[in-house]
Design a protein. Structure first.
Length: 179
């Protein structure tokens, strides 16, 4: 929601998709989520910039190998830095910008995305997570009018920790400052 508040045109496009695909007469349900391609793109772009876990679960090399010019001996613990890969300008155009449209072209960018890992050791709950987040995000957009309380963008600075939590800065509004 913070990304959408900072990018009002993306929020408007998501609301228009909901209105066109679902209508204003009924609430979104789980079966509707697969029809909401732009909302899925918003989720993918959010996971690209802010993966749930910046370092994927450790793996161990089963054979001697070379990765990126580095020799990796057998039985070496490997950590994949998904956060860095998702922000690598050699992989992504305008890597630090929030652009859900980058996923509209099809599968090419999706194959570079790994917020839940890749292959046979990917998170088994990834599909459930994406459907649940899609239903939740769609419901929040459909049921509420969202806007920033000031002209300042929502601060997207990340805090310390393994899940890279959003750093919260609380500033009282004028009404609360008088209390």
């Amino acid at each position: 929601m913070s990304n959408l508040l900072n990018h009002s045109q993306v929020l408007k496009k998501a609301r228009a998709e909901l209105d066109n695909q679902i209508g204003k007469e009924k609430l979104i349900n789980e079966l509707d989520v697969s029809k909401l391609h732009y909302i899925q793109n918003i989720i993918l772009e959010t996971l690209r910039l802010y993966p749930a876990a910046p370092l994927l679960l450790p793996h161990m090399s089963s054979e001697d190998c070379t990765i990126g010019g580095h020799d990796i001996p057998r039985e070496t613990m490997l950590l994949v830095n998904a956060w860095a890969i998702h922000r690598d300008p050699n992989i992504w155009d305008d890597a630090t910008s929030f652009k859900p449209e980058r996923f509209e072209s099809g599968e090419s960018n999706v194959n570079k995305l790994m917020p839940f890992g890749l292959g046979r050791r990917a998170c088994p709950g990834a599909g459930l997570a994406q459907r649940t987040v899609g239903l939740t995000l769609g419901s929040l957009i459909q049921c509420f009018e969202w806007e920033r309380i000031s002209k300042e963008e929502v601060d997207m600075v990340e805090g310390n920790g393994l899940p890279c939590p959003k750093l919260w800065h609380w500033k009282p509004c004028a009404e609360h400052a008088r209390l």
